[in-house]
Design a protein around this ligand. Structure first.
Ligand SMILES: *[C@@H]1O[C@H](CO)[C@@H](O)[C@H](O)[C@H]1NC(C)=O
Length: 368
């Protein structure tokens, strides 16, 4: 047992650089919503606006009975997360940073109604999770494992927001389960992410489903405590954990045809700058379908001030918003540690004396 564990650890570690991963974007109708970047986002001030809950790193959750399984290691903090406006029946493209094909296993996507809203709902008690899509092992597909299929088609996955669910706020929990060392108890590797959605339209269905933690059992020999080769050889039938897909979910979008690798490239980006007093207004900037004014993130700070004086809203201008408005609207010199560039940034790009504008990632350059 000891030797086995050491061997599995070595195997897990040898794959850790190339094979681990995290969900990086949600693409909705051509707009790319950035998700938490665990290796750079924590170091920014102010923190960038992301549309999912923070994750600690790109590694797996191995404590499937702990609350880390709900929304990954990272604390499951529901606050200060942007929310993506979608309609029931819309297709979402879920894009990973990368995926290593050695981590074979199912791809599963759940939703849970946020009660009363996603800014406070944690989803780690009760049974709120209903499965909207899954691809475990299907010998008629090439490749037959969901995660290998995801990797093959370019490290992304498409799901449909169920057409008949009631309008409201939901968590979308997309997950890969890596089974490459799962024959050892508690070595199965779960990679979940929780994205915030506001769903409009739809019908009156309010499904519930399973508990997370709760639904995943380390002793589940049908879906978790399994040896890949037994499934691959046809010695065993694989049944993904977490129960069946909800009966009224839309048909799966990953078809039987062998996919060809197609790298994702975003066409436009949702705001990645915090500055709105509420995440609601910011997220609307990206879709601009339900709003009456154009609310780009950088102009929102300006309009927020105006609105609070007209009394049409209770929104107040935060100090952060004010300072960003100044640099953004003048296009002038950016102070120490201020943003000076990045996709969608229209503010100043020249740093005060003694500081230089350094690219931290696609979305954020900072005066350092
Ligand atoms: C949960 O995740 C955190 C990292 O965010 C880690 O420190 C902790 O040990 C994990 N807990 C369990 C029970 O796995």
């Amino acid at each position: 047992m000891h030797a086995l564990t050491a061997a599995s650890l070595a195997l897990a570690l040898s794959g850790s650089v190339s094979a681990h991963g995290y969900l990086k974007y949600v693409d909705h109708k051509g707009v790319s919503y950035g998700l938490w970047e665990p290796f750079s986002d924590p170091y920014y001030s102010p923190l960038p606006l992301r549309y999912d809950r923070r994750i600690a790193d790109n590694g797996p959750v191995t404590g499937m009975q702990s609350k880390n399984i709900t929304c990954n290691n990272g604390g499951n903090d529901p606050t200060n997360v942007g929310i993506i406006e979608v309609a029931a029946g819309d297709v979402l493209k879920l894009v990973w940073d990368q995926w290593g094909s050695s981590h074979s296993g199912p791809v599963m996507t759940y939703m849970a109604k946020c009660t009363p809203n996603c800014a406070s709902f944690k989803g780690d008690t009760g049974s709120p999770w209903f499965k909207i899509d899954q691809f475990g092992y299907d010998a008629t597909k090439n490749p037959p494992w969901g995660s290998d299929y995801l990797a093959r088609q370019g490290a992304w996955w498409k799901v449909t927001v169920p057409p008949t669910i009631a309008a409201g706020e939901y968590l979308l929990r997309h997950e890969i389960l890596g089974l490459h060392v799962a024959s050892i108890p508690n070595e199965a590797q779960f990679y979940p992410s929780c994205v915030h959605l506001r769903v409009t339209g739809g019908g009156s269905d309010n499904p519930s489903g399973v508990a997370l933690p709760g639904a995943y059992d380390p002793q589940d020999t049908g879906g978790i405590l399994i040896a890949l080769y037994q499934i691959n050889n046809g010695e065993k039938i694989y049944t993904a954990p977490g129960g069946p897909v909800w009966s009224k979910a839309a048909a799966p979008l990953q078809t039987a045809a062998a996919p060809s690798a197609q790298a994702y490239s975003a066409t436009s980006f949702a705001p990645s700058v915090r500055g709105a007093a509420t995440s609601t207004t910011t997220s609307r900037a990206a879709t601009s379908t339900t709003t009456t004014t154009s609310r780009a993130a950088t102009t929102l700070a300006t309009t927020a001030t105006t609105r609070s004086t007209t009394g049409t809203t209770t929104r107040t201008t935060t100090p952060v918003t004010t300072s960003r408005t100044t640099t953004g609207s003048t296009g002038g010199t950016v102070g120490a540690w201020g943003q000076c560039g990045g996709i969608g940034w229209t503010g100043g790009t020249v740093c005060v004396s003694g500081y230089t504008c350094k690219v931290l990632n696609d979305y954020y350059s900072q005066c350092q």
